[in-house]
Unconditional design. Structure first.
Length: 400
């Protein structure tokens, strides 16, 4: 299928994995077609933004890129991953120019609304393979409405490094003026307050196995997932949103809704932004009323919206690195940290984790009846700060 005219249907044609644990077996992955491209984006100097307390701006920009790309892709299914301060996508050749345009539009919005510089780049899969890496993709069923992409082979990480390395960045950067910005951020919503952890802590975790042998690395990932279950319990027990789902509280004030306003009304001027804010508030109140009384409209049964939101939440992912957002107690985190530290000392894995007391949610809502996706991250920096610790640990391994 790799270079065939029908390669745009590659991702949609992959079999569905019924359980996340299946991502530990590389036999469940398929190589990306050779004529596809990787598109990546991340916020430059995101450390400074997070330290200044603007982690929600960083998070929102990364999610806005996903929204723009999915709108640009339309009926074509594309694999992607959201990583806190950026996102990465795989696109067929016929979508490449639209993808660049959508990301450049997001770049303009990030600068205008949040004062953030979004780095945008694309890289052919063929070049990644020439470097000895590969991009293997799988589709994991999270819920009846949300299919998640998983990646292996090292190619996505290579594309990320290539984009950021000063020696190669200019070779793949989508330069200003090279494509006219176009596209839509319709669907992005930031209408919920942060969600307090019912157990006291919300932990953002990331782990990478160091063994170059895929089979032994897969075995270690299975051990990590099993250890998380042993320490934290079932997926439901450590889910950052439940129970009770009633802990989800709508946002109403201008600061809480400001991220959505910044994305959806970026080019409307002060009055246009105020009008959008008032409109968003009205829909928040209307949504609360519909959910509170379990009403049904022509397209949506609002009595089950929060439960669908829970099922469609993005709390665990795999991109050659295992990531998960966990709700738990300090003693649980300490036990997991101690186990991971032991495996790190043996140079079997490298990991990072960040601890806060609540989760942050950014939503992509294409329709309220089911096609909505909710990115969950730890508040105050979450996955970004876990990645910072991860990189510090990795550097120490190299230095030894």
């Amino acid at each position: 299928m790799s270079g065939a005219p029908g390669s745009a249907g590659f991702y949609a044609g992959l079999p569905l994995l019924p359980d996340f644990s299946a991502v530990t077996d590389t036999a469940n992955f398929a190589p990306l077609p050779a004529d596809w491209h990787v598109a990546t984006c991340d916020v430059r100097d995101s450390t400074r933004a997070v330290q200044a307390g603007n982690y929600k701006h960083v998070n929102t920009v990364g999610a806005a890129a996903v929204t723009a790309m999915l709108n640009a892709a339309g009926a074509i299914d594309i694999p992607f991953i959201f990583e806190g301060d950026g996102s990465a996508f795989c696109v067929p050749p016929q979508l490449l120019e639209d993808a660049k345009a959508a990301l450049v539009k997001t770049q303009e919005m990030a600068r205008a609304s949040f004062g953030l510089e979004l780095r945008v780049a694309t890289l052919p899969v063929a070049r990644i393979r020439e470097a000895g890496r590969d991009i293997l993709v799988a589709r994991v069923r999270v819920s009846e409405n949300y299919i998640q992409a998983a990646f292996a082979g090292g190619g996505m990480a290579y594309a990320d490094r290539y984009m950021k390395d000063p020696a190669t960045a200019a070779l793949c950067e989508v330069k200003a003026g090279s494509v006219a910005p176009r596209g839509s951020h319709d669907g992005l919503e930031c209408r919920w307050q942060d969600i307090p952890s019912r157990h006291g802590e919300t932990v953002s975790l990331m782990v990478r196995a160091l063994d170059p042998d895929p089979g032994r690395a897969a075995s270690l990932y299975r051990e990590v997932i099993a250890k998380v279950h042993e320490v934290y319990g079932t997926d439901e027990a450590c889910h950052p949103l439940t129970p009770p789902i009633a802990t989800l509280v709508p946002a109403l004030n201008a600061r809480q809704l400001g991220n959505e306003v910044g994305v959806r009304a970026a080019d409307r001027g002060a009055i246009g932004k105020w009008i959008y804010l008032m409109r968003a508030r009205w829909f928040v109140i209307l949504g609360w009323f519909l959910m509170r009384f379990g009403l049904k409209t022509e397209e949506t049964d609002w009595s089950g919206y929060k439960e669908t939101l829970l099922r469609n939440s993005d709390v665990r992912k795999f991109n050659d690195i295992y990531r998960q957002i966990l709700s738990g107690k300090a003693a649980q985190r300490e036990a997991l940290d101690a186990w991971l530290a032991g495996r790190y000392a043996k140079r079997e894995l490298v990991y990072g984790l960040h601890v806060t007391d609540r989760a942050h949610m950014t939503c992509l809502v294409f329709n309220y009846s089911g096609r909505h996706l909710h990115f969950i991250d730890g508040a105050d920096g979450g996955l970004f700060l876990a990645a910072k610790q991860f990189k510090e640990r990795a550097a120490k391994l190299i230095a030894v």
